[in-house]
Design a protein around this ligand. Structure first.
Ligand code: ADP
Ligand code: MG
Length: 255
């Protein structure tokens, strides 16, 4: 269980301070897939970095299975918009990263992950030989190597074209359905948020906070064209439009 209580994050800034997150409260049970959506600057990345243990200066509390999150650990896998692979390493080496491929257990796990992210046959390929979607699948496999309790994804498909993105969403659901890793998935794509999440957390900027949590009680695979999907999408869209209307300019946005 990932439990967030009264989480507030303030960045110092020349023109006063930026309240990136204010009083976030959220509980995410094991095995849940929760999506976060909101305009740029509403604190999505800040929240994920704190959950990943990459930023330990905050007020309030955030715990994973009862233990405060204070730094990075193998319990938390992180995936960013860019895959951040090592160009001089093969696919399998990128997935193994610091673990040795000479170790049979590591080799077995890497093989399993290569199947899971549908990269069979590309074990020895280098990142320059991969498409954007394939490279991001390597990054996902690498993040899963040590079977993290939570996977934190910050707009992981944001740089991909629409076709690849739709394929990646299916791959991600496959992964989630096969190992039920808890996932926090940040996106600014409304369709993606509703297609993937069991809950969609809608965030507001200035200061970043949770505006509403919408439950998506639809079985997978979801039919985007179906009436139930469109209905929930409409609920999120209307809420999102209200968010976008917030008129105050934010001089610190876009970092
Ligand atoms: P999002 O990912 O939703 O676009 P961020 O979490 O990146 O939003 O940023 C939230 C707010 O915090 C923004 O106003 C941003 O300018 C500010 N911010 C983010 N990182 C820093 C930083 N390192 N220093 C100062 N301000 C920051
Ligand atoms: Mg961001």
């Amino acid at each position: 269980m990932l439990a967030i209580q009264g989480l507030t994050k303030i960045f110092p800034a020349p023109a006063g301070e930026v309240v990136a997150l204010r009083d976030i409260r959220l509980e995410i049970g094991p095995g849940r897939l929760v999506t976060f959506i909101g305009p740029s600057g509403c604190g999505k990345s800040t929240l994920l970095k704190i959950a990943a243990g990459l930023d330990a200066s905050y007020e309030g509390s955030i715990t994973l299975d009862g233990r405060p999150i204070e730094g990075p650990s193998v319990e938390k896998g992180v995936i960013f918009q860019e895959p951040r692979l090592f160009p001089w390493w093969t696919v399998e080496k990128n997935i193994a990263a610091n673990a040795s491929l000479r170790d049979a257990a590591v080799r077995r796990r890497v093989g399993e992950l290569i199947e899971l992210v549908r990269l069979k046959g590309f074990e020895k390929a280098y990142p320059s030989e991969l498409s954007g979607g394939m490279a991001q699948r390597v990054a996902i496999a690498r993040a899963l190597l040590r079977r993290p309790k939570v996977l934190l994804l910050d707009e992981p498909f944001g740089a991909l074209d629409a076709f690849t993105r739709a394929h990646m969403q299916e791959v991600l659901l496959d992964i989630w359905q096969s190992d039920r890793t808890t996932m926090l998935f940040v996106t600014h794509d409304l369709d993606e948020a509703v297609f993937l999440g069991q809950q969609v957390v809608i965030m507001n900027p200035r200061p970043g906070h949770i505006r509403r949590v919408v439950s998506v009680d639809l079985p997978y695979p979801r039919q985007r064209t179906g009436a139930p999907f469109q209905e929930i999408r409409g609920v999120v869209l209307r809420e999102f439009e209200k968010v976008e209307e917030a008129p105050v300019p934010d001089p610190g946005a876009g970092i």
